[in-house]
Design a protein around this ligand. Structure first.
Ligand code: ADP
Ligand code: CIR
Length: 341
């Protein structure tokens, strides 16, 4: 049996903290319908000792059948008491005006949600047959999107390298999974049955079979967070009518990484704050506002020119409306601080 005391990782990794010998013993022999086990769930953390979380799920049932592993991680990351997930896509009663109409600070805004299917395994565990069937079902549903959301699907398999690289550089397209996702099986059969859907104006996008089965994305230049949010909410209303996603009332929408559970929403801006970002307390300021900092090329990337990707940290125990408000209030504060320096 796996001996947790022999596994060398950073001490702050949530897997290291919560996957005790007792948890391993309790979950020994537990196998979910798509073959996920405690050993598979913690493999990425073992292979990547610098992980901050170190666990991934393989299917919707992982969250209930392997709950002694996942629940403590979920409670700690989201600061959530497991009391019930609530959704609210309205923007009633809150400020929504553009915070940076001249574009001096906010380059672009992007809001995405992750979605997986109730009946299929997640990209970490899905079979090649199911991945192909799922892709067809997703494309069929996306073809029903009305008006400005209508668009076309571009499979990765067969895409020229020039086109692919340009789409990645333009922040539209995903890359092959990093070493954290590689360890957990997300890159199997790459690039088969992966792809990207674009609305004709390129403001609405869907990634198919990246870290989650779907990443549904609204994005545009500038700081009109409300327009980006409303476009996403409208698209989700149509998509929800055609696809049955993995969800429960405690954890919300199920995602491959437990950090994305709940709303599965990451609302971000690319913001130019060279003075504030060079100051010693930048990380603390963002943490106090409930915001995470990423580089401009996504998670685990570096930044340049004082431009950062700033987004909500919590996705569970918070509604979509509250995430909007948190990003909105946070961006307002960051601009004020940058101006004051
Ligand atoms: P996520 O976890 O939200 O799916 P990543 O951190 O992997 O996203 O980033 C995916 C892509 O989206 C990257 O190219 C990143 O630069 C881009 N991106 C994220 N936020 C914004 C934004 N506000 N404006 C433009 N591009 C963005
Ligand atoms: C880690 O533990 O550091 C990585 N597995 C990434 C965790 C959070 N990010 C994510 O799921 N995209």
């Amino acid at each position: 049996m796996l001996l947790m005391t022999e596994i060398k990782t950073n001490p702050d990794m949530l897997m290291k903290k919560h996957c005790t010998e007792e948890v391993i013993t309790k979950l020994s022999g537990v196998i979910t319908p798509h073959g996920w086990t405690v050993e598979k769930a913690i493999q990425s953390g073992i292979d990547n000792p610098d992980s901050s979380i170190g666990v991934y799920a393989g299917d919707p049932e992982s969250y209930t059948m392997l709950a002694p592993l996942f629940d403590p991680v979920i409670r700690e990351y989201h600061n959530y008491d497991m009391s019930g997930h609530k959704s609210d896509f309205s923007l009633e009663g809150i400020s929504t005006e553009n915070l940076d109409p001249t574009g001096a600070y906010v380059l672009s805004t992007r809001i995405r949600v992750g979605r997986n299917f109730a009946k299929y395994a997640f990209p970490s565990a899905i079979s090649s047959e199911d991945r192909a069937k799922m892709e067809s079902e997703i494309v069929e549903a996306l073809q029903k999107l009305p008006g400005a959301l209508a668009g076309d699907y571009f499979p990765l398999d067969g895409m020229t390298e020039d086109v692919r690289q340009q789409m990645v550089a333009d922040h539209f397209l995903f890359k092959q999974g990093d070493r954290f996702l590689e360890s957990v099986g997300v890159n199997r059969d790459w690039p088969k049955n992966r792809g990207i859907f674009f609305s004709h104006d390129k403001k609405f996008l869907v990634w198919v079979s990246e870290e989650d089965s779907m990443r549904i994305i609204s994005m545009q230049s500038g700081a009109d967070i409300a327009e980006v949010f409303t476009r996403l909410a409208t698209a989700l209303a149509t998509i929800n009518a055609h696809l049955n996603f993995a969800f429960d009332d405690i954890r919300g929408y199920h995602t491959t990484c437990p950090t994305n559970l709940g709303t599965a929403m990451r609302a971000s801006v690319h913001i130019k704050i060279p003075k504030l970002s060079a100051s010693k307390n930048f990380k603390d300021v963002c943490a106090t506002l409930g915001l995470s900092i990423r580089g401009v090329h996504g998670e685990h990337s570096e930044s340049s020119d004082g431009i950062y990707d700033i987004s909500n940290k919590r996705r569970l125990g918070i509604t979509e409306k509250e995430i909007f408000q948190q990003l909105y209030d946070g961006v307002k504060k960051l601009i004020e601080l940058e101006k004051s320096l």
